[in-house]
Design a protein around this ligand. Structure first.
Ligand code: 9MR
Length: 560
């Protein structure tokens, strides 16, 4: 049963570390007192509400309850006379451990080509979907060696999102983000137990989960030339059915430059990580590096193959109407692949293609913008050419300057989070921007050991877990008010009340691209817990990976 709570009191619904900043944001109060009460309704702390700055999005003023100095572990609510009590929350060490684990376990629930046994999946157990062992080469992807209609086998992988297709571009940033979580926090990640079928082998569970997708990605390369198919897909989206009921013909569609370079980057990174497991995974690291180098060669010969679905459909049949992920600019993919290949191999050709020294405006990563992923790797694993080079120093400074620019003034807006600082865009999948900002800030903390970055990263976790204008904890199954109706086919079709847990909903987006009317189109309020609203309430692997990174990194760093 869902604990009652006043929706006008917005706070991290999971809770707080004893030593952390603790803030609740109240939307219908006046200046006055607030009370922290324990589960027997006894007041254990009294504070004064302070009026915030005006929200840059709604123009409204909020009231801030700051109870940072109260640090006694326990279960509490925030209470305000005339308003009521918040959802219950906890103060304790490791308070985000369960949600952090769940955000990775969510990938197990997205697995294609395997039944989910009750032992691992609990009440969300289900039959196998999409064996993908007989996939047709679509006409757009045909070459002499593999004419249209050639049957290939391309099993495993994670379903992209609420749909059942598998897209290389989106798998790229997703897999890399999870690989980086392991690469940046190996000791902590070795302790994370996920209860998945491979849990008892001698490989950390997070790497086992990544392998489910990595082995699929390897099958998406045409070994005859090194090019990588853009996606493995139905011609059209399925209805809202369970995966074993979705039997449409599957195709691999068009090789493209973005897919091939993203693949090269991921395989280069995977190679150096799995090289440390030669007994458990003999040959895998070498196969990944060979695949990465072959992909790089294809992309060097084909530097500008855009995935344009509409144009493709005019030329080839059947028409493909599933997700596009059609990026048009490849300099960031090139830079990322070059950086990963350079750090793994030390070779000059790659170093020279990273594009260091150019005056490049960096952006928070997304599926279409991956340049920073390579810069993160370079600052953390500098190779020989760069280690003693002024360019590395410059790169670190640029990253810290960028982090400074996104946190500046964040502690004085209406929700006092980095995400709610104007001019935040709240695009489709806005919650992944909050999480990816969080990763940038964790990296800035690792480079500088300045705690302001870690605290700011935590403010975005607070945002995602409830301190936001919509008032949701956006991870299914975690927090008192979390999405119950995500646009996620298994969660809709399985007949189980609770959605599959650990999934990050896309979040506020006023675009209404799905035609579902929203009660508010104020950018940070524009959300509806409705399974038809794929523009606000879908889930996706490239959104879950950064929340998995952020929550786990914060757990790993909590005592610093
Ligand atoms: O995450 C993608 C978002 O950036 C785009 O604006 C949107 C429309 O093209 O597509 C999103 O990705 C969807 C993909 O195309 C298909 N699977 C579900 C993805 C999440 O909604």
């Amino acid at each position: 049963t869902v604990p009652a709570g006043n929706t006008n009191i917005k706070l991290n619904q999971i809770g707080f570390y004893p030593a952390a900043t603790k803030i609740a944001v109240i939307t219908n109060a006046k200046v006055g007192k607030f009370y922290i009460q324990n589960s027997s309704k006894k007041t254990v702390f009294t504070g004064e509400l302070k009026q915030s700055a005006q929200s840059a999005f709604s123009g409204k003023y909020t009231y801030i309850a700051n109870f940072t100095s109260f640090n006694k572990p326990g279960k509490y609510t925030v209470s305000i006379l005339g308003t009521g009590s918040s959802y219950p929350f906890e103060i304790k060490e490791s308070v985000y451990k369960n949600v952090a684990d769940a955000a990775i376990k969510a990938f197990y629930f997205q697995r294609a080509s395997i039944p989910l046994d009750e032992k691992y999946a609990g009440k969300w157990h289900r039959a196998e979907g999409h064996p993908d062992d007989k996939v047709l080469v679509h006409a757009s992807a045909a070459t002499d060696k593999r004419p249209a209609g050639t049957v290939i086998s391309s099993p495993r992988g994670w379903y992209d999102a609420g749909d059942y297709n598998k897209y290389i571009v989106n798998s790229g940033i997703t897999t890399a983000t999870l690989l980086s979580l392991y690469e940046d926090f190996p000791e902590y990640m070795k302790t994370v137990q996920l209860n998945i079928p491979e849990s008892n082998n001698r490989i950390p569970d997070v790497l086992d989960e990544i392998l489910w997708n990595l082995r699929w990605m390897l099958t998406m390369q045409d070994p005859n030339d090194g090019g990588v198919y853009h996606k493995l897909t139905n011609a059209n989206f399925d209805g809202m059915v369970m995966p074993d009921k979705a039997g449409a013909t599957r195709y691999v569609v068009q090789k493209g430059t973005a897919a091939t370079l993203d693949f090269a980057a991921v395989m280069a990174q995977a190679s150096r990580i799995f090289k440390k497991f030669p007994d458990q995974l003999p040959g895998l690291a070498d196969s990944c590096l060979d695949a990465a180098e072959l992909a790089w060669q294809w992309a060097s010969k084909n530097p500008n193959v855009v995935y344009e679905q509409d144009a493709m459909n005019k030329q080839f049949s059947p028409k493909i109407t599933t997700g596009g992920y059609g990026d048009r600019y490849f300099s960031d993919e090139l830079s990322w692949a070059a950086a990963e290949l350079y750090v793994t191999t030390g070779e000059d050709e790659y170093f020279n293609n990273i594009g260091l020294g150019k005056n490049i405006g960096v952006q928070v990563p997304s599926w279409a913008q991956v340049r920073l992923l390579g810069f993160y790797t370079l600052t953390q694993h500098p190779g020989i050419q760069i280690a003693n080079h002024p360019e590395l120093k410059q790169l670190k400074e640029n990253l810290l300057d960028f982090a400074d620019s996104i946190i500046e003034g964040a502690d004085s807006n209406a929700y006092q989070t980095v995400m709610t600082k104007a001019p935040a865009k709240f695009k489709w999948g806005s919650n992944s921007d909050a999480a990816n900002q969080g990763i940038l800030l964790i990296k800035a903390y690792q480079l500088s050991h300045n705690k302001k970055y870690l605290n700011s990263a935590l403010s975005n976790l607070d945002y995602i877990l409830g301190r936001n204008a919509a008032g949701y904890s956006y991870v299914t199954g975690y927090g008192s008010k979390s999405p119950m109706h995500p646009h996620h086919r298994p969660s809709v079709a399985d007949g189980i009340v609770e959605p599959v847990p650990g999934l990050l909903s896309g979040g506020a987006n006023a675009g209404m691209q799905d035609g579902v009317k929203l009660a508010s189109i104020v950018p940070d309020e524009a959300f509806i817990d409705d399974d038809r609203s794929y523009a606000t309430n879908e889930i996706a692997i490239n959104w879950n990976a950064p929340i998995a990174y952020l929550a786990n990194a914060i757990e790993a760093l909590q005592r610093e």
